[in-house]
Design a protein around this ligand. Structure first.
Ligand SMILES: Nc1ncnc2c1ncn2[C@@H]1O[C@H](COP(=O)(O)OP(=O)(O)OP(=O)(O)O)[C@@H](O)[C@H]1O
Ligand SMILES: [Mg+2]
Length: 421
C-alpha cells in the first residue's frame, strides 16, 4: 500500500491502520492468492497472487464486492453465505465437498480451493480468504481418472478375452477328444473291416457249398467225391472264419482297452518284483520261441498299492513290441526292466538293445493306429494302450528315448499309491 499503484481505492476499507503496511507485506509474501473482505463483502486487501489468478489489477478489485469473483450460479447466494460465516466466524475450508470456482476478468471459471480465516481488527471482523488455483491438480486428477478408467477397461477387456480364450480352449479340447475318438472309431472300423470281410466271404462260400450238397443229395446225384469236396471246403471255411473272427475279437478287445474302462481292473497291494516275474512267466510261451532275454532289476521289498492288471498289460505290450520290432535281422537281443522308488513315485525303466526308432516314428508312436507294420499284423494300438494305462489307470507319465540303432528306452513314472480315482 506504499507504492501509488498499490494504493487502494478511496472507498476500500482500511483495517489495521498503520500496521497495515506490515500486514500487506506478510500477505504479499504468501504463496497463495489472498483476498481480505469485510462483513459487507467489500474487498479490503489483495496480494499479487490474487491479481495474477483473477487477472484484475488490485485497483480494479479493492473496494469492490467479492461477488465479482464468484461465478454466476453461486454469486446470488454468496452474500447469504458470507453472512452465515460472519455470524459464526471460524477458520475453515470453504464449500467442503463441493467444487469451487472463481471467475477471472476474462470470464474463465478457475477451479479453486479456499480457506477462510476470520480476523479481528479495530475496524471490525474481516475474513481472510486464501485461494489456491487447483487447475493443475484437477487436470492431474482427471488424467488419473481417465487412466484408471482406461486401465479398468483394459483389465475388463483382457478378462473377457481370457474368458473367450478359455472357452475356445475347452472347445478345442472337446473337439480334440472327439477327433481322437473319431479317428479311433474310424481306425477300428477300418481294421475290423478286413477280418469281417474275409469272414463273410468264407461263410458265404460255405453256404454255397452246403446248398450244392443239399441239391445233389435231393436229386440223388451225390457222389463220394462231392462229399469229400464239401468236407474240405467246410474245414477250410471254418478255419478262415475262426481265424478272422478271433482277429476281429482281438481288435475289439484292443479297442476296449484304448477306451480305457476306468471301472475295470482291481487295485491291490503287491510286491513289484514278484509281480513282474509272474508277467514274464505268462509270456514264456512267446519268449521261448525267440533267442531274446529279459533281465529284471527291482528291489524285492518294493511294494506298491496300484493296478496290477494295467501293469501286466503295459509290460506285455512293451515286450511284444521289442519282440516284434527291435531285432528285424534276427540278432539275439536283450531287454531290461528296472524299477526303483523316488519319493512317492515308482520309476520303471523298460529298454531294449534293438533297432530303435527314428525321430518321426518316436513322435507318433503313442498315437492310436500308428504302426510301421500295417498289413503285416500291426494295428498300432499297443503303445497307445500303454500310454492310456499309464496316464489314466496308474496316474503316471511315460517318456520315450530312442535313436536308430541304439535301442529303445521308456521311462514310466507312477505313484506308489495313486490317489483314488
Ligand atoms: N521296441 C521297439 N523297437 C523299435 N520300434 C518300436 C518298438 N516298439 C514300438 N516300435 C515302433 O512303434 C510303432 C507303434 O507301436 P505299437 O505297439 O503302438 O503298434 P504295433 O506294434 O505296430 O501294432 P500292435 O501293437 O497294435 O500290434 C511300431 O509300429 C514300431 O514301428
Ligand atoms: Mg505293438
Amino acid at each position: 500500500m506504499t507504492s501509488p499503484s498499490h494504493s487502494p481505492a478511496p472507498s476500500a476499507p482500511r483495517p489495521f491502520g498503520q500496521s497495515g503496511q506490515l500486514f500487506q507485506r506478510v500477505v504479499e509474501a504468501a504463496p497463495n492468492a489472498i483476498i481480505m473482505v469485510n462483513r459487507a463483502g467489500d474487498i479490503a486487501l489483495v496480494n499479487a497472487q490474487a491479481e495474477k489468478l483473477f487477472g484484475y489489477s488490485r485497483e480494479e478489485l479493492l473496494g469492490r464486492k467479492i461477488e465479482m469473483l464468484v461465478p454466476p450460479p453461486v454469486r446470488d447466494r454468496h452474500p447469504q453465505l458470507r453472512d452465515r460465516f460472519f455470524a459464526n466466524p471460524q477458520t475453515r475450508a470453504m464449500g467442503t465437498g463441493r467444487d469451487l470456482y472463481g471467475v477471472t476478468k476474462d470470464g474463465r471459471d478457475v477451479p479453486v480451493e479456499i480457506g477462510l480465516n476470520p480476523i479481528e481488527t479495530p475496524d471490525g471482523t474481516f475474513v481472510l480468504a486464501s485461494i489456491i488455483d487447483i487447475t493443475e491438480r484437477k487436470r492431474a486428477e482427471n488424467t488419473m481418472r481417465e487412466l484408471n478408467l482406461s486401465l479398468e477397461r483394459q483389465v475388463r477387456e483382457t478378462m473377457s478375452a481370457m474368458e473367450k480364450l478359455r472357452g475356445a480352449q475347452d472347445e478345442l479340447i472337446q473337439k480334440e477328444k472327439l477327433a481322437s475318438l473319431g479317428s479311433l472309431v474310424a481306425g477300428v472300423a477300418h481294421e475290423i473291416n478286413t477280418p469281417v470281410g474275409v469272414g463273410v466271404t468264407a461263410a458265404s462260400t460255405l453256404q454255397e457249398g452246403a446248398k450244392r450238397l443239399r441239391r445233389l443229395y435231393t436229386d440223388d446225384r451225390l457222389k463220394r467225391s462231392d462229399l469229400e469236396h464239401f468236407v474240405s471246403l467246410a474245414e477250410e471255411s471254418s478255419r478262415i472264419l475262426l481265424k478272422n473272427l478271433q482277429r476281429a475279437a482281438e481288435l475289439i478287445q484292443g479297442f476296449k482297452q484304448v477306451a480305457v474302462d476306468q471301472t475295470s481292473g482291481e487295485r491291490r497291494t503287491f510286491a513289484l518284483k514278484a509281480y513282474i516275474a509272474e508277467v514274464l512267466l505268462s509270456l514264456q510261451p512267446r519268449l521261448k520261441k525267440t533267442p531274446h532275454t529279459v533281465s529284471v532289476d527291482c528291489p524285492t521289498d518294493l511294494v506298491v498299492d496300484s493296478y496290477p492288471g494295467a501293469l501286466a498289460q503295459i509290460l506285455t505290450n512293451l515286450i511284444a513290441n521289442s519282440l516284434e520290432h527291435a531285432w528285424p535281422g534276427g540278432r539275439t537281443g536283450q531287454m531290461w526292466i528296472r524299477a526303483r522308488v523316488e519319493d512317492t513315485l515308482v520309476i520303471l525303466d523298460f529298454s531294449d538293445d534293438g533297432a530303435g526308432v527314428p525321430p518321426d516314428v518316436q513322435q507318433r508312436m503313442f498315437e492310436p493306429f500308428f504302426t510301421t507294420r500295417r498289413g503285416t499284423g500291426g494295428s498300432g494300438l499297443g503303445l497307445s494302450i500303454v500310454h492310456n494305462l499309464v496316464t489314466q489307470i496308474l496316474g503316471g507319465s511315460i517318456r520315450i528315448r530312442s535313436e536308430p540303432g541304439q535301442g529303445l528306452a521308456l521311462t514310466i513314472r507312477f505313484p506308489l499309491r495313486p490317489a483314488s480315482p
